[in-house]
Design a protein around this ligand. Structure first.
Ligand SMILES: Cc1cc2nc3c(=O)[nH]c(=O)nc-3n(C[C@H](O)[C@H](O)[C@H](O)COP(=O)(O)OP(=O)(O)OC[C@H]3O[C@@H](n4cnc5c(N)ncnc54)[C@H](O)[C@@H]3O)c2cc1C
Ligand code: SF4
Ligand code: SF4
Ligand code: SF4
Length: 391
């Protein structure tokens, strides 16, 4: 039967496959979910171990051939505004929904909980659009996917690579009507940390936050290093600078991720999904045809099923043909997992002892914090000139 180890990604496959519901995902002392087995209920069928992707990793390497690599930007501005990168996900979802299919992805509800859910109509697309920088709970979505596939529906399942790995191990067999989409992923903090942070923020503001948008394009350009996020308070949108925020500070300094993220088996160019989507960082070095303000997607069509989408993508997005080397130049998690910074060992203890105020103090003690603030006030054009001067 399954045992929690530091390689566990929390994908939820073991929980969903257990025929007697003996597996539960329980938060550890940091708040990350790990499986726990109720020995009284367990019938020792071993299905949970067999479906765990840690020992049964399914990577794309089983299928030969190079990916088709694209730089791409959605043709619709309203879609681009809601999308984190260039709106690739929206196009893929639209394709599947137009075929009466089902699309699974991560959403965030009004309680600001992040979890996977299904949509069946284009009007629901906005629920899944946009990155949520919290680990999404897969719930029963692997079971729902299997049922939909068995009923002959086309299913698109999108998520972090470890979620796609978990789904594939859970399903065991290949389905022609399943399209998997993985994102390039550097790591995830957990829901408990996010909840504590939201409570801290609400107390400071003496108001309730109704919605949280992690990457906001209305206030700054997609490629600006000093981004904004936004929150809704009493139905009014409030923009906040990422650099002053303790949750974001931990996230951008890679200090709050799950332990499995620092040893991620999926952080390479052998992708687990039929299609990979990401930010095409550094795209301006290769192509000058995109409006960088709105965001550019990197798309890898990894398998034959992925490559079938090429024509539809070209119809709905401005595209340029790229190469995997271009993609890897500025996207480090296509080559290796995120390195575990030294402060990772302290972060969750600080949160447990001193709450988010403790993180704020840690942030304000760090010299890099002040460098980032100063840099954020230097106009982009001036920065480019300084860079050129030192070349
Ligand atoms: C935690 C996380 C880390 C990331 N790290 C990188 C990175 O290092 N480099 C990079 O280039 N891109 C990274 N991305 C991907 C990038 O931010 C965009 O999500 C991606 O390019 C898709 O953008 P889009 O414009 O096509 O669509 P969007 O509408 O912005 O994306 C929606 C898609 O993101 C998925 N998604 C959103 N939040 C989550 C979540 N919490 N868990 C699982 N799936 C989620 C949805 O299911 C949907 O498939 C990361 C995303 C997340 C959520
Ligand atoms: S990686 Fe997934 S299947 Fe394996 S133990 Fe963790 S939650 Fe369970
Ligand atoms: S061995 Fe079978 S019954 Fe026991 S926890 Fe695993 S899946 Fe459930
Ligand atoms: S970094 Fe790897 S283990 Fe962590 S959430 Fe992303 S895919 Fe999963």
């Amino acid at each position: 039967m399954i045992e929690a180890t530091s390689s566990c990604t929390g994908c939820g496959a073991c929980q969903q496959i257990c025929p007697v519901k003996a597996v539960k995902l329980i938060p550890d002392k940091e708040g990350f979910l790990y499986p726990s087995v109720d020995i009284e209920k367990c019938i020792k069928c071993n299905l949970c171990e067999k479906c765990c992707p840690i020992d049964n990793l399914v990577l794309k390497s089983e299928e030969k051939g190079r990916p088709i690599v694209l730089a791409a930007q959605n043709r619709e501005d309203n879609i681009l505004l809601k999308s984190t990168s260039g709106g690739a996900f929206a196009v893929l979802a639209k394709y599947v929904l137009s075929k009466n299919g089902i699309v699974f992805g991560a959403c965030m509800n009004e309680k600001l909980e992040c979890f996977h859910t299904a949509i069946t109509d284009i009007s629901q697309l906005k629920e899944l659009q946009g990155s949520k920088y919290v680990q999404s709970a897969t719930g029963e979505t692997f079971l729902q996917t299997k049922q939909a596939l068995e009923n002959g529906r086309i299913v698109l399942y999108s998520g972090t690579p470890c979620q796609i790995g978990g789904l594939k191990c859970f399903l065991k067999k290949k389905y022609e009507n399943l399209i998997t989409v993985d994102i390039v992923c550097h790591g995830v903090p957990n829901q408990c940390l996010f909840d504590q942070y939201i409570e801290w923020k609400q107390n400071k503001m003496n108001a309730t936050i109704d919605a949280y948008i992690f990457r906001e394009k209305e206030r700054c350009d997609w490629n600006s290093p000093y981004n904004y996020f936004s929150i809704y308070v009493n139905k009014r949108k409030k923009f906040e600078k990422v650099i002053f925020d303790p949750y974001y500070w931990l996230f951008l300094n890679e200090a709050s991720y799950r332990e499995s993220c620092y040893q991620c088996a999926y952080a390479n160019d052998q992708r687990v999904g039929d299609i990979t989507i990401a930010d095409f960082w550094g795209v301006e070095k290769f192509f000058d045809s995109f409006d960088l303000k709105r965001g550019v997607s990197l798309i890898l069509l990894n398998t034959e099923k992925g490559k079938v989408m090429l024509e539809y993508i070209k119809e709905n997005m401005y595209t340029e043909d790229a190469t995997i080397d271009m993609a890897k130049e500025r996207n480090k998690n296509l080559s290796a997992p995120t390195s575990r910074p030294e402060i990772r060992s302290q972060v969750y203890n600080i949160v447990a002892e001193k709450g988010i105020d403790g993180v704020l103090k840690l942030m304000q003690k760090n010299p890099k914090y002040y460098v980032a603030i100063v840099k954020s006030y230097v106009p982009v054009k001036v920065k480019a000139k300084i860079k050129r001067f030192f070349k």
